[in-house]
Write a protein that binds this ligand. Structure first.
Ligand SMILES: Nc1ncnc2c1ncn2[C@@H]1O[C@H](COP(=O)(O)OP(=O)(O)OP(=O)(O)O)[C@@H](O)[C@H]1O
Ligand SMILES: [Mg+2]
Length: 143
Protein backbone atom coordinates (compact mmCIF):
# COMPACT_ATOMS: atom_id res chain seq x y z
CA UNK A 1 0.00 0.00 0.00
CA UNK A 2 2.83 2.41 0.85
CA UNK A 3 4.56 1.73 -2.48
CA UNK A 4 1.32 2.17 -4.42
CA UNK A 5 0.53 5.43 -2.64
CA UNK A 6 3.97 6.86 -3.37
CA UNK A 7 3.45 5.82 -6.97
CA UNK A 8 0.25 7.87 -7.08
CA UNK A 9 2.09 10.87 -5.65
CA UNK A 10 5.05 10.70 -8.00
CA UNK A 11 4.13 13.68 -10.17
CA UNK A 12 3.11 15.76 -7.12
CA UNK A 13 6.50 15.04 -5.53
CA UNK A 14 8.35 16.04 -8.70
CA UNK A 15 6.22 19.18 -9.08
CA UNK A 16 6.92 20.29 -5.50
CA UNK A 17 10.60 19.32 -5.68
CA UNK A 18 10.35 16.83 -2.80
CA UNK A 19 12.60 13.77 -2.54
CA UNK A 20 10.78 10.79 -1.01
CA UNK A 21 12.67 7.71 0.12
CA UNK A 22 11.16 4.39 1.12
CA UNK A 23 12.78 2.33 3.84
CA UNK A 24 10.61 -0.75 4.18
CA UNK A 25 11.85 -3.75 6.14
CA UNK A 26 12.37 -6.82 3.99
CA UNK A 27 10.01 -9.37 5.50
CA UNK A 28 7.17 -7.56 7.19
CA UNK A 29 4.34 -9.54 8.77
CA UNK A 30 1.00 -9.25 7.00
CA UNK A 31 -1.63 -6.90 8.37
CA UNK A 32 -5.34 -7.20 7.74
CA UNK A 33 -7.06 -4.00 6.68
CA UNK A 34 -8.98 -1.98 4.17
CA UNK A 35 -6.41 -1.06 1.52
CA UNK A 36 -8.32 2.02 0.34
CA UNK A 37 -8.54 3.39 3.88
CA UNK A 38 -4.89 2.67 4.62
CA UNK A 39 -3.94 4.34 1.34
CA UNK A 40 -5.90 7.40 2.52
CA UNK A 41 -3.82 7.47 5.71
CA UNK A 42 -0.48 7.35 3.89
CA UNK A 43 -1.75 9.86 1.32
CA UNK A 44 -2.84 12.39 3.98
CA UNK A 45 0.42 12.08 5.90
CA UNK A 46 2.59 12.49 2.81
CA UNK A 47 0.47 15.38 1.46
CA UNK A 48 0.86 17.17 4.81
CA UNK A 49 4.62 16.64 4.63
CA UNK A 50 4.73 17.98 1.06
CA UNK A 51 2.77 21.06 2.23
CA UNK A 52 5.17 21.97 5.05
CA UNK A 53 8.21 21.37 2.87
CA UNK A 54 7.17 24.16 0.52
CA UNK A 55 8.82 26.61 2.93
CA UNK A 56 12.15 24.73 2.84
CA UNK A 57 14.94 25.42 0.38
CA UNK A 58 14.66 23.16 -2.69
CA UNK A 59 17.48 20.84 -1.62
CA UNK A 60 16.05 20.50 1.88
CA UNK A 61 12.73 18.91 0.98
CA UNK A 62 12.91 15.33 2.13
CA UNK A 63 10.44 12.68 3.23
CA UNK A 64 11.33 9.22 4.51
CA UNK A 65 8.63 6.59 4.80
CA UNK A 66 9.63 3.54 6.76
CA UNK A 67 7.97 0.38 8.01
CA UNK A 68 9.28 -2.04 10.61
CA UNK A 69 8.03 -4.98 12.62
CA UNK A 70 7.48 -4.04 16.24
CA UNK A 71 6.29 -6.93 18.42
CA UNK A 72 2.68 -7.72 17.59
CA UNK A 73 2.48 -4.66 15.33
CA UNK A 74 3.84 -3.26 12.11
CA UNK A 75 4.86 0.37 12.56
CA UNK A 76 4.93 2.75 9.64
CA UNK A 77 6.48 6.20 9.95
CA UNK A 78 6.45 9.29 7.77
CA UNK A 79 9.27 11.70 8.60
CA UNK A 80 9.85 15.07 6.97
CA UNK A 81 12.60 17.67 7.04
CA UNK A 82 10.13 20.51 7.66
CA UNK A 83 9.84 22.90 10.63
CA UNK A 84 8.23 20.38 12.98
CA UNK A 85 5.09 20.94 15.06
CA UNK A 86 4.79 23.56 17.80
CA UNK A 87 4.20 22.19 21.31
CA UNK A 88 0.73 23.74 21.67
CA UNK A 89 -0.26 22.44 18.23
CA UNK A 90 0.88 18.89 18.97
CA UNK A 91 -2.14 18.48 21.27
CA UNK A 92 -4.59 19.75 18.68
CA UNK A 93 -3.56 18.51 15.24
CA UNK A 94 -5.79 15.42 15.40
CA UNK A 95 -8.91 17.46 16.24
CA UNK A 96 -11.39 17.80 13.37
CA UNK A 97 -11.18 21.21 11.68
CA UNK A 98 -7.86 22.13 13.27
CA UNK A 99 -5.71 23.64 10.53
CA UNK A 100 -2.96 26.24 10.30
CA UNK A 101 -3.31 26.42 6.51
CA UNK A 102 -5.08 29.22 4.65
CA UNK A 103 -7.12 26.69 2.69
CA UNK A 104 -6.91 23.75 5.05
CA UNK A 105 -10.01 21.90 6.05
CA UNK A 106 -8.29 20.33 9.04
CA UNK A 107 -9.84 16.94 8.46
CA UNK A 108 -6.85 14.98 7.14
CA UNK A 109 -5.37 13.87 10.45
CA UNK A 110 -8.75 13.38 12.14
CA UNK A 111 -9.66 10.95 9.34
CA UNK A 112 -6.29 9.18 9.61
CA UNK A 113 -6.81 8.79 13.36
CA UNK A 114 -10.28 7.31 12.93
CA UNK A 115 -9.06 4.85 10.29
CA UNK A 116 -6.11 3.64 12.35
CA UNK A 117 -8.29 3.35 15.48
CA UNK A 118 -10.79 1.25 13.53
CA UNK A 119 -7.92 -1.07 12.51
CA UNK A 120 -6.85 -1.59 16.13
CA UNK A 121 -3.71 0.52 15.78
CA UNK A 122 -2.43 3.84 17.05
CA UNK A 123 -1.37 7.07 15.31
CA UNK A 124 0.76 9.75 16.92
CA UNK A 125 3.14 12.55 16.07
CA UNK A 126 6.44 13.73 17.47
CA UNK A 127 9.21 16.09 16.56
CA UNK A 128 12.45 14.54 15.41
CA UNK A 129 15.58 15.45 17.41
CA UNK A 130 17.06 16.68 14.14
CA UNK A 131 13.99 18.86 13.42
CA UNK A 132 10.99 17.97 11.30
CA UNK A 133 7.88 16.02 12.21
CA UNK A 134 7.45 12.26 12.36
CA UNK A 135 4.03 10.62 12.21
CA UNK A 136 3.91 6.99 13.31
CA UNK A 137 1.08 4.51 13.01
CA UNK A 138 0.84 0.90 14.06
CA UNK A 139 -1.31 -1.93 12.73
CA UNK A 140 -1.71 -5.27 14.47
CA UNK A 141 -0.13 -8.17 12.60
CA UNK A 142 -2.54 -10.67 11.16
CA UNK A 143 -2.77 -13.76 13.36
N1 LIG B 1 4.20 17.17 8.70
C1 LIG B 1 3.75 18.22 9.39
N2 LIG B 1 4.59 19.17 9.89
C2 LIG B 1 4.12 20.23 10.59
N3 LIG B 1 2.80 20.44 10.86
C3 LIG B 1 1.92 19.53 10.39
C4 LIG B 1 2.33 18.39 9.64
N4 LIG B 1 1.23 17.66 9.33
C5 LIG B 1 0.18 18.33 9.85
N5 LIG B 1 0.59 19.44 10.48
C6 LIG B 1 -0.28 20.42 11.18
O1 LIG B 1 -1.49 19.77 11.53
C7 LIG B 1 -2.59 20.51 11.00
C8 LIG B 1 -3.74 19.58 10.73
O2 LIG B 1 -3.43 18.69 9.64
P1 LIG B 1 -4.63 18.04 8.82
O3 LIG B 1 -4.06 17.16 7.76
O4 LIG B 1 -5.60 17.45 9.77
O5 LIG B 1 -5.36 19.32 8.17
P2 LIG B 1 -4.86 20.23 6.97
O6 LIG B 1 -3.72 19.59 6.24
O7 LIG B 1 -4.62 21.59 7.54
O8 LIG B 1 -6.15 20.26 6.04
P3 LIG B 1 -6.74 19.03 5.17
O9 LIG B 1 -8.12 18.78 5.70
O10 LIG B 1 -6.72 19.55 3.77
O11 LIG B 1 -5.85 17.84 5.37
C9 LIG B 1 -2.02 21.23 9.79
O12 LIG B 1 -2.79 22.36 9.44
C10 LIG B 1 -0.62 21.61 10.29
O13 LIG B 1 -0.69 22.73 11.13
MG1 LIG C 1 -3.83 17.55 5.63
Amino acid sequence: VVKDTIGLLKSELVLKGVAARLDLAGRLPLVLGNATELQQVVLNLVLNAIDVLASNAPLGRQIVISAVENGEFVRCSVADSGPGIGQEQLDRIFEPFFSTKAKGMGMGLAICHAIIDAHGGRLWAENAPTGGAIFHFTLPRNK
